[in-house]
Design a protein. Structure first.
Length: 267
């Protein structure tokens, strides 16, 4: 049997062991907190891909509200809980709640948003269709066109949830349309794109190129795309005389700087 002095030594020994273990645990928890927490300038966590249409009929139809469609896509499948699922849908019993939230978040009246949703339902890809999943009524969010030759969906791109959220919340309709087109056009790297092409993509007349310029500038400033400018020398006829004319040529590439300093909301 241990005497009092030996018991005291044993007690002090185990107290020291416990303190060291607690200190080690605290350091481990600090390390976990540091490595998993958000840091300024760091690419955000919880980034996942969502499909968005790129068919000509979808992007160029000016009466079609792509921001509302994007909002529904962001909230499909429980807001991305099943982020990698190909089928995107919203449960019918949650539909009115989603519409109410969309009205508040997008600052659109319920009558207006429902009118736009009806247009989405009647679009060429039938963007919203009432159907069943696991014997439950859902609104399926269609995004592609079925290719009979390949048996697969095409005419769509995958966009980061952060990019889609930002373009819906902070920009007009046109930057989103242009960005969706550029996700496809620039998928293999830098490419020369002129304003005339972008006007055609979003269904604008060539005399409204200022809308394109402002939209492209917004995408550049927001960190969605990068631009490189070169100059070409061409000969033109001016007052019956052939003169040299210098014109700027723009080359675009995709950029992910929009992820910097973005802090995702926990799902």
């Amino acid at each position: 049997m241990l005497d009092r002095e030996e018991l005291q030594k044993a007690k002090e020994y185990y107290q020291k062991e416990i303190e060291e273990a607690n200190n080690e645990l605290k350091e481990t928890l600090k390390h976990i907190a540091y490595t998993t927490s958000y840091k300024k300038g760091e690419i955000t966590k919880e980034v996942f891909k969502l499909p968005m249409p790129t068919s000509k009929e979808f992007l160029s139809k000016r009466g079609l509200n792509i921001k509302i469609y994007g909002y529904l896509m962001l909230n499909s499948n429980w807001g991305g809980k099943y982020a990698n699922e190909n089928d995107r849908y919203l449960y019918k019993d949650k539909w009115e709640e989603v519409i109410k939230n969309a009205c508040e978040d997008l600052n659109i009246s319920q009558s207006t948003i429902k009118r736009h949703i009806n247009k989405l339902k009647a679009n060429d890809i039938k963007a919203i269709v009432l159907t069943k999943v696991d014997n439950k009524l859902v609104y399926k969010i269609n995004y592609g066109s079925f290719n009979t030759e390949s048996g697969l969906l095409d005419k769509y791109v995958l966009i980061d949830n952060i990019a889609l959220r930002k373009l819906i919340n902070a920009y007009s309709d046109y930057p989103l349309r242009i960005y969706l087109y550029m996700l496809y056009a620039l998928r293999n790297g830098e490419k020369r794109i002129n304003q005339k092409t972008l006007c055609q993509v979003v269904g604008l007349a060539s005399n409204t190129r200022y809308v394109i310029s402002d939209s492209v500038d917004a995408l550049i400033n927001g960190g969605f795309i990068k631009v490189r400018c070169e100059y070409e020398n061409n000969l033109i006829i001016k007052n019956g005389v052939e003169v040299e004319h210098t014109t700027p040529v723009y080359y675009y590439s995709l950029c992910s700087d929009y992820l910097i300093d973005s802090k995702c909301k926990k799902r």
